[in-house]
Design a protein around this ligand. Structure first.
Ligand SMILES: [Zn+2]
Length: 373
């Protein structure tokens, strides 16, 4: 059994709302191309897979919603379709979206299956569509592939961590497992006070039996590498030691980068990578997905660095001249961090510190922080 597999998702080109929509398939294709050019990915790492079955998806989403997606995808009129999240400009229905969405889920399920079969790390960069809800498309996400992967992993593992480093709150996955004590969801994101989807506050800690198994680090606007890593360290390692996960689903949204057009974080590629490195060091099997990330000059670099880190190989620093975006970016690392005015930096730090304190306070009755920190 190999140590690392890259699931090549056949639906990635088809998952395309419109040419002007920010979720471009090129995000994944350019990342794959750069990783191949730098010899991080080889043909023998890459596995092509089948789409997920609608029945499996309907174990996580409502069967009615799965049928609505199928009907809209075929161009049928569905009365009241707007109630399922397809009315907004974020998620316009498109022909073939059912098949494309099943393909994305199929790739994440294949990654979960590979890990269950003994692979150390399996990656689906086309996945990470974390906003999709039980019965609603949201934030460019139709089916929630990380949630379906977790559903599959639960057949084997009793304790699953979902760690989401996308700049947006991983709300869809959180709500789907909000009452489930077997799944600890941790999301580090720009606060919902400033950014879509408006949730992910420190007091969202799970419900019923799942109380204490949802954690939200909501950081301030213009949070940089240092503040982000400080917040991560305050929360993730102690929670990890307390929960003792047997497997992790890592959503690697690349939109905390300072050049991202849809958010206001100020991370560098190398600052963001520390979280991926930290997860690798924990030594539990990893199902890794892509996620957001809308700067085409940043995403391929970040995901190439992530793939190298997950695989445990070194990667050349220089971007090869034949890479299509070579003229705009020359190295994987950002040569220097963005310049954030001191006033904004201080505000980001103060906001994030308060938020971390609030999180610890809310989780205090459920998590044994004292024994673990
Ligand atoms: Zn995002």
């Amino acid at each position: 059994m190999s140590d690392f597999v890259y699931i090549s998702c056949p639906g990635v080109e088809g998952y395309d709302f419109s040419p002007s929509h920010p979720l471009r398939p090129e995000r994944v294709l350019l990342s794959q191309q750069l990783a191949q050019m730098l010899e991080v990915l080889h043909d023998e790492d890459m596995v092509r897979v089948s789409p997920a079955s609608p029945d499996l998806v309907a174990e996580v989403h409502s069967p009615r919603y799965v049928q609505v997606v199928r009907d809209l995808s075929e161009g049928k009129h569905v009365p009241g379709y707007y109630a399922f999240g397809f009315a907004s400009g974020d998620n316009p229905p498109f022909r073939g979206m059912f098949e494309a969405s099943l393909a994305v889920v199929g790739a994440s399920v294949a990654a979960a299956q590979a890990v269950m079969d003994g692979v150390r790390v399996a990656v689906n960069l086309a996945g990470g569509l974390h906003h999709a809800r039980y019965e609603e498309a949201a934030g460019f996400c139709i089916f929630n592939d990380p949630a379906v992967a977790i559903h599959v992993l639960k057949q084997k593992y009793r304790r699953v961590v979902y760690l989401d480093i996308d700049v947006h709150h991983g709300d869809g996955v959180q709500w789907l497992y909000y009452r489930d004590p077997q799944v600890l969801t941790i999301s580090i994101h720009e606060s919902g006070h400033f950014l879509f989807p408006g949730t992910g506050h420190p007091d969202e800690i799970g419900e019923a039996e799942g109380r204490g198994t949802s954690a939200n680090i909501a950081f301030g606007r213009y949070t940089d590498d240092e503040v982000w890593w400080w917040a991560f360290q305050q929360v993730v390692p102690p929670l990890w030691r307390w929960f003792q996960p047997e497997v992790v689903v890592l959503q690697m949204g690349a939109d905390p980068h300072y050049t991202d057009p849809l958010a206001h974080a100020a991370l560098t590629t190398q600052g963001w990578l520390r979280a991926v490195q930290w997860v690798v060091e924990q030594g539990v099997p990893i199902v890794a997905t892509g996620g957001g990330g809308y700067s085409l000059t940043a995403v391929p670099r970040m995901w190439t660095m992530a793939l190298a880190t997950l695989k445990g190989v070194s990667v050349p620093h220089e971007i090869p001249p034949q890479f299509p975006l070579h003229d705009e970016v020359k190295t994987l690392h950002d040569p220097q961090p963005p310049e954030v005015p001191e006033r904004m930096r201080d505000a980001a730090k103060a906001f994030t510190e308060q938020s971390v304190q609030a999180l610890r306070r809310h989780l205090q009755p459920y998590v044994r922080w004292d024994e673990t920190t």
